[in-house]
Design a protein around this ligand. Structure first.
Ligand SMILES: C[S@@+](CC[C@H](N)C(=O)[O-])C[C@H]1O[C@@H](n2cnc3c(N)ncnc32)[C@H](O)[C@@H]1O
Length: 225
């Protein structure tokens, strides 16, 4: 998805160091069947036993990811984040709570979507409180930008969905504006879905009196460019 001439590639995240707890580190050291390789093509039907699959990009702590997977056992969830402590937490949680329909990848979701996930293979994508990149010179790093929107469209089946939320009003305006120009998706702001628990970053936004905007976009049958 990154233009070949771009070097280094534009990333939607800033690598963060974080202290790793003993629980997180154990979850990452012990080979877990729920922690997948970020560099291998994925056979989703085999992995999830034929369940339809939703990818979550940027799950953070993963507490709400685990809750959503538990609430929908008939759906397969693939959760992707670059932040190692969160990955360790979520893998540990999957084992502690015996969650069978949730797999985790530590890596850049953009690369994973490009390299590991087949076109037209996802029921949906979820990205809750993606980094807002408020400075104008960083807007190109936002998850919701045309090239990445096209990538998402190429992976989601017609009729599938992309659910988003943000607590940053300028980013909400950006999402509404830019998505309205994409014929591969139709939708816009929606009431907060009752299936979405309050996430860690959302709680921080709420404690700072920020307005939360949820979006739902449905994949049209129009092929991505
Ligand atoms: C602001 S946090 C939100 C976390 C969580 N969804 C929440 O609401 O608490 C954004 C998360 O997205 C992750 N992230 C950003 N770009 C990513 C990418 N390209 N691939 C995977 N994770 C990404 C970051 O590491 C971070 O954990």
């Amino acid at each position: 998805m990154q233009a070949e001439s771009e070097h280094p590639p534009i990333r939607t995240f800033k690598p963060r160091r974080g202290r790793i707890t003993a629980r997180q580190s154990l979850a990452l050291e012990v080979s877990s069947p729920f922690l997948l390789d970020a560099n291998q093509p994925l056979d989703l039907p085999t992995l999830f036993g034929g369940k339809r699959v939703i990818v979550e990009i940027g799950f953070g702590t993963g507490i709400t990811t685990a809750a959503m997977a538990t609430a929908q056992p008939d759906i397969g969830f693939l959760a992707i984040d670059v932040h190692t402590p969160g990955v360790g937490d979520l893998v540990a949680r999957i084992h502690e709570e015996n969650i069978a329909n949730l797999f985790v990848i530590e890596g850049d979701a953009i690369t994973v979507l490009e390299s590991c996930i087949a076109p037209n293979s996802l029921l949906g994508i979820r990205s809750f409180f993606p980094d807002p990149w408020p400075k104008a010179r960083h807007h190109k790093r936002r998850l919701v930008q045309p090239a990445r929107i096209q990538l998402m469209a190429s992976r989601v089946v017609a009729g599938g969905t992309w659910d988003l939320a943000t607590d940053w009003l300028p980013y909400a305006e950006h999402i509404a504006e830019i998505m309205a120009m994409q014929p591969e998706w139709v939708g816009g702001p929606v009431d907060r879905p009752d299936w979405r628990p309050i996430t860690h970053y959302e709680a921080i936004g709420l404690s700072n009196d920020r307005v939360i905007t949820d979006f739902r976009y449905v994949r049209t049958g129009i092929a991505p460019m």
